[in-house]
Ligand binder design. Structure first.
Ligand code: SF4
Length: 347
């Protein structure tokens, strides 16, 4: 049977994967009652998630998508997209049945083909009409697709700035956009009042604290609504993890990786002090991005030992910005508690 690895007499036999499904519309919508029905925690949550597409045509060195593409012999990069009719039909059905205030699209990159977006904007706004969030690449945006996203009801987007240093972005991460292009794309999103959650990776292999300050500066210039910083983790099977191991930045003890990327860097730094500064900056990053005038103070604070107050600052910014800027919806106490567990930070 395809998709299986089996052990025969101590030997592992891996069979090739099943060919990718090309017509996603042929799938029945997921039976959400299977999990909403057993968990009030999930059922009562007012954000409902959907997938409009599968696959990604890009090959960022830190991401799982290139490994999927290798597994599927170059087929994964051919993005498969649901029709607007099928997608909106599923969402409308879910919204009718379950209390919903906000819709989140979770595929790697939300479809931006103009004809697809035009049809989606018309169907979604008339049949669902709820604010939504999606994942985008800033270098794919232009005046036309941003206007269509806004017309459909796009409230917030998740984009990767990742690093403020253009050389690291190009040579280490495999992403080509210039800082000027990223700033311009953010300006376009702002012009339609679309809120921006920016992902950033601090502590990249071979990068310095000064590089991470460049990342902070780029977030300030882009005027993002929430600058979320993570400490880069070497996930096994990714090109960047192999690079980190080969160049002595990482010892390769993958089993010891933490559950969260908000805690510590697993890399080897020249001095413990350098590592602590990067870890502190990651906790205070959103404050520095929101208040550029406080940058000197943030830099000074990074000289202290990592502590629970910084963890608390990170958690507070995460909840305030998620709640007020990115996913505005009514949250219950249990949702807050679940989110605290999800961050996996010591309190
Ligand atoms: S980081 Fe984003 S754009 Fe890059 S390969 Fe992964 S999903 Fe695609």
């Amino acid at each position: 049977m395809p998709n299986f690895s089996v052990k025969i007499d101590g030997r592992v036999e891996t069979l090739p994967p099943r060919p990718l499904l090309t017509d996603l519309d042929s799938l029945a919508p997921a039976d959400r009652e299977l999990y909403y029905g057993v968990s009030e925690e999930i059922h009562g949550h007012r954000i409902r998630s959907f997938l409009a597409a599968r696959g990604c045509p890009f090959a960022c060195t830190y991401c799982f998508n290139p490994a999927m593409d290798a597994l599927y012999q170059g087929q994964w990069r051919h993005v498969r997209v649901r029709s607007p009719e099928s997608l909106v039909g599923e969402i409308a059905g879910v919204v009718r049945r379950y209390p919903t205030e906000f819709v989140a699209f979770r595929e790697s990159i939300f479809p931006l083909d103009p004809a697809w977006l035009e049809e989606f904007a018309q169907l979604y706004s008339s049949r669902v009409g709820l604010p939504f969030y999606c994942h985008l690449r800033l270098d794919l945006l232009d005046a036309r697709n941003v206007a269509l996203l806004a017309k459909a009801g796009c409230y917030s987007v998740n984009v990767g700035l990742e690093t403020g240093n253009e050389r690291l972005r190009r040579d280490l991460l495999g992403r080509g956009a210039s800082n000027a292009a990223l700033i311009e794309a953010c300006r376009l999103l702002h012009s339609h009042r679309i809120r921006i959650l920016a992902n950033n990776m601090l502590g990249l292999p071979g990068a310095s604290f000064e590089h991470d300050l460049e990342t902070l500066r780029l977030n300030q210039l882009c005027r993002v609504d929430y600058a979320l910083a993570m400490l880069w983790q070497p996930y096994p099977g990714t090109e960047l993890a192999r690079y980190a191991e080969a160049h002595g930045y990482y010892a390769g003890n993958y089993d010891d990786l933490e559950f969260t990327y908000y805690g510590q860097s697993p890399l080897t730094f020249p001095r413990l002090r350098d590592k602590q500064r990067v870890e502190n900056l990651q906790k205070l990053f959103a404050v520095g991005a929101a208040l550029p005038w406080a940058t000197p103070l943030v830099k000074t604070l990074t000289r202290l030992r990592p502590n629970r107050v910084f963890n608390a600052v990170f958690r507070s910014m995460y909840f305030v910005f998620h709640q007020s800027e990115i996913f505005p919806h009514r949250m219950r106490l249990r949702d807050w508690a679940a989110n605290i567990r999800h961050l996996g930070l010591e309190s």
